[in-house]
Design a protein around this ligand. Structure first.
Ligand SMILES: [Zn+2]
Length: 400
């Protein structure tokens, strides 16, 4: 008699996260070879003959998710599930999604070694680049878009309120989701979009990407895919909210309360701004302090604060702010005037003078800008009226 070995993949971590507001979608993963073989058989029937599709196309590939079997503890939820898959199809098929994903590399512990992957020739069986020793964004993109049509079975399960978001298995075509976050959605996006974010995370598991105790939550690939989808959907919502309005008419409201300037994320900041910033920075460097980011907070239509988050050498941090009045005309031209320090000592006040001098050096035309910035962010900035080559910009956000 042939011995059947049931092997649980030890790297698959059981994660139970129930805190609402976590930025990733937790899931339970239990994988056994018997289950995988069952799935392998059905996949073989589809007759995938092609080798791994690694064509490097400039344009995005199109992916369409279609609903296979469906069951739900929530009545009349099938239309929402279909809608969520349609949202996911749309986002995965955008160039924005591709461009964002290709900016990432991932630690190799995100890649599973499940044997079921051998029977799915369109997928990268070995995710880790043997030379680079990372999983490239291109590898993940290839896998996510390997099939132009993906049939997916969805099950929404009743939960007591202490369950994770859901789970699936490597090589499975079924995603299980607990109903608590779909019934009582208190997150930022509408329910169908939150469901789409969750499905993006779980679908990535089915392609052979796993959680592991060998990497941190921040390094987790499946969570990153969920966040990329969330960012794109959030940006769309923001753009819908802007709806043709100009930046200066929105300052201080909703997603336009702060302009966050983390210089490493913003490579196109002008020479004039960077000269002022670096002069300020050298002062903090001299006391072994680092600046996480600078920001402008738009308090109301006439007041703004220049702020700075500073990290001490022992990793504690503090925030210092500098009050300014802000006169904005109907064309969005703003003139800032320094009115006093809020929370900084004389030494730091002197250091930040470089940036205050720049901000008050003339009138700035405020507008949305197309400048290099992290994917799916909304960028606003100000150009010096007398010299548009002198400008600053940052990410518009509602909280820092
Ligand atoms: Zn997961």
């Amino acid at each position: 008699m042939k011995k059947v070995e049931l092997k649980v993949v030890t790297k698959s971590l059981l994660l139970v996260v129930v805190a609402v507001g976590v930025t990733f979608t937790a899931c339970k993963k239990v994988t056994s070879e018997t289950l995988l073989q069952k799935n392998d058989l059905s996949l073989n029937k589809l007759g995938h003959q092609n080798s791994v599709n690694s064509l490097s196309l400039d344009s995005a590939k199109k992916v369409r998710f279609q609903l296979g079997t469906f069951s739900s503890s929530i009545s009349n939820f099938q239309d929402s599930a279909t809608k969520a898959l349609s949202i996911l199809s749309d986002v995965f098929s955008t160039k924005e999604f591709k461009d964002s994903l290709l900016t990432y590399t991932f630690v190799c512990s995100n890649g599973s070694s499940n044997s079921c992957l051998a029977s799915k020739p369109k997928l990268h069986r070995y995710k880790c680049d043997s030379v680079l020793q990372v999983i490239t964004g291109q590898t993940v993109y290839d896998d996510l878009t390997a099939d132009s049509v993906v049939n997916i079975n969805l099950q929404v399960l009743a939960s007591s309120g202490s369950s994770p978001y859901g789970y699936t298995y490597v090589c499975s075509s079924t995603i299980y989701s607990y109903d608590w976050f779909l019934k009582n959605n208190n997150r930022a996006l509408p329910t169908t979009q939150e469901y789409a974010v969750h499905l993006a995370h779980e679908f990535t598991h089915t392609l052979g990407y796993v959680h592991s105790s060998n990497h941190t939550a921040a390094q987790d690939l499946t969570s990153r895919i969920g966040r990329i989808v969330r960012n794109i959907l959030t940006k769309r919502a923001n753009l819908a909210a802007i709806n043709g309005q100009e930046l200066h008419t929105l300052l201080g409201q909703d997603n336009f309360k702060y302009m966050k300037i983390r210089v490493n994320d913003l490579p196109e900041l002008s020479t004039d701004f960077m000269t002022a910033y670096n002069s300020m920075k050298s002062g903090f460097d001299s006391s072994n302090q680092t600046i996480t980011y600078a920001y402008l907070q738009f308090i109301d239509s006439t007041n703004a604060k220049l702020g700075l988050r500073v990290v001490n050498s022992n990793n504690t941090y503090f925030v210092i702010t500098f009050n300014h009045t802000m006169a904005i005309d109907s064309n969005g031209v703003a003139t800032f005037a320094y009115t006093g320090v809020n929370t900084a000592n004389a030494t730091n006040r002197a250091r930040v003078q470089h940036l205050i001098d720049y901000l008050t050096s003339g009138s700035f035309s405020l507008s949305f800008m197309s400048k290099s910035a992290p994917a799916a962010t909304i960028v606003g900035g100000g150009s010096l009226l007398t010299d548009p080559a002198s400008y600053f910009y940052g990410i518009m956000v509602d909280t820092l």
